[in-house]
Design a protein around this ligand. Structure first.
Ligand code: NAP
Ligand code: GLV
Length: 312
C-alpha cells in the first residue's frame, strides 16, 4: 500500500513520521518534479496533496482516493484529476480550533476597538472609548460549514449577536441563519463584522465587492480567512478609503505571497497575516487522514467527500 505525498507547503518528513505511527505498513513516497523516485506508478493507492502538478494524478492506475492537505480544495482542478476517484477535504479538529482562535481574536479586535487604542498608544494619547456589549455587536459569518459553524457557535457562546449565510438552509442554536442569493442582502444588512469562511467556487469568487460592501452598515469591518479571490481588491480599497468600511483583516490573497508592491501592504486600515489563520498541523491532521485511508481500505468512501461539480 503506497501513498504519494505532493505539496510545496507541507513538510513531507513530518508527514512521513506521523503517518508511520498510525499506519506502519504505509509506503510513503514523495513527489518529485520529474516524477523520479516514486517507483512503480501502479503501487500508488492514495494521494495526499496540496496543489499537485496538473494532470499528475492521472498517472496512477490504482489510485483509490485523493486526500486534500487542506480544508479548501480550490488547489485541485477537476479537469486534472482521474475520473471517478473520490476526493476528500481535510476536517481536522486542530485546524478548526486554529480558525476559531483567528476569528475570535479579530472579531474582538474590532468589537473592542483595539486598533484605535494601538493608534492612540503610538500617539501617547490617553483616551477611553465607549465600550459596546457583545450582545449588541452583530457578527456575520459567510459559510456555515465546518469552520464557519464552529466560529459562529463560539461567538454565540461569547454572547455576540451572530448571523450566518450558507447555500442551503441551516439551523444552528443561537445563530440567525440566512441562505442563498435571496438571503444575502438581509444577512449583510445585519452584519457589523463580516467574516468570510466560504470555499472558493465560481459562485463565491468576487463575492466581497462594491455592491455587497455597500450592503453592510456604515463602519463595518471585514475579516477574510477564506481565499483571496473572494475579495475584489480595488473595491475593498475604495470602500476603506471612503470610510464606509472601517477596517479589514486579510489572511489570503489573489497571489500568495502577496507581491511587495500590492497596495494592501501599506494600507492603514488593513491588517495582514500570511495565510496563517489556521495552518494544517500533521500531528493533528494525521488522524482524519489515517481514518480516511482505513475507510477506503474497508471499501467505504473517504469523508467529507468533495462534490467537484459544486467545487467544495
Ligand atoms: P465547508 O465545510 O465546505 O463549508 C463551506 C460553507 O460555505 C458551507 O456552509 C456552504 O453552504 C457554504 N457555501 C458554499 N458555497 C456557497 C454559496 N454559493 N453561497 C452561500 N454559501 C455557500 O468548508 P470549511 O471546512 O468550513 O472551510 C471553508 C474555507 O475556509 C475553505 O474552503 C478554505 O478556503 C478556507 N480555509 C482557510 C484557511 C486559512 O488558513 N486561511 C484554513 C482552512 C480553511 P452549505 O452548508 O449549504 O453547503
Ligand atoms: C488552508 O487554507 C486550508 O484550506 O486548509
Amino acid at each position: 500500500m503506497a501513498l504519494l505525498f505532493s505539496s510545496k507547503n507541507d513538510d513531507p518528513e513530518r508527514w512521513r513520521d506521523v503517518l508511520a505511527q498510525e499506519l506502519p505498513d504505509l509506503d510513503f513516497r514523495i513527489w518529485t518534479p520529474g516524477g523520479e523516485n516514486i517507483g512503480d506508478p501502479a503501487d500508488i493507492e492514495f494521494a495526499l496533496v496540496w496543489g499537485p502538478k496538473k494532470g499528475a494524478l492521472k498517472a496512477f492506475p490504482n489510485l483509490k482516493a485523493i486526500l486534500s492537505l487542506g480544508a479548501g480544495v480550490d488547489h485541485l482542478d477537476g479537469k486534472d484529476l482521474p475520473e471517478g476517484i473520490p476526493v476528500a477535504r481535510l476536517v481536522d479538529p486542530g485546524l478548526t480550533r486554529g480558525m476559531r482562535e483567528y476569528v475570535i481574536y479579530w472579531t474582538i479586535h474590532y468589537h473592542r476597538r483595539f486598533g484605535e487604542y494601538a493608534a492612540a498608544t503610538a500617539a501617547k494619547t490617553w483616551q477611553q472609548l465607549p465600550q459596546a456589549d457583545t450582545c449588541n455587536r452583530r457578527v456575520g459569518i459567510m459559510g456555515l460549514g465546518m469552520l464557519g459553524a464552529d466560529a459562529a457557535m463560539h461567538l454565540t457562546a461569547l454572547q455576540f449577536d451572530v448571523a450566518g449565510w450558507s447555500r442551503s438552509p441551516k439551523t444552528i442554536p443561537g445563530v440567525t441563519c440566512y441562505n442563498g442569493d435571496d438571503g444575502l442582502a438581509d444577512f449583510l444588512g445585519h452584519t457589523e463584522i463580516l467574516v468570510c469562511l466560504l470555499p472558493l467556487t465560481p459562485e463565491t469568487t468576487g463575492i466581497i465587492n462594491t455592491k455587497t460592501l455597500a450592503q453592510l452598515p456604515e463602519g463595518a469591518a471585514i475579516i477574510n480567512a477564506a481565499r483571496g479571490p473572494h475579495v475584489v481588491d480595488d473595491d475593498l480599497i475604495q470602500a476603506l478609503d471612503s470610510g464606509h468600511i472601517q477596517g479589514a483583516t486579510l489572511d489570503v490573497f489573489h497571489i500568495e505571497p502577496l507581491p511587495s508592491d500590492h497596495a494592501f501592504w501599506d494600507h492603514p486600515k488593513i491588517n495582514l497575516t500570511p495565510h496563517a489563520a489556521s495552518i494544517t498541523t500533521p500531528e493533528t491532521a494525521v488522524l482524519p487522514v489515517a481514518q480516511n485511508i482505513r475507510r477506503v481500505l474497508a471499501g467505504q468512501t473517504p469523508e467529507p467527500l468533495v462534490d467537484m461539480d459544486a467545487g467544495y
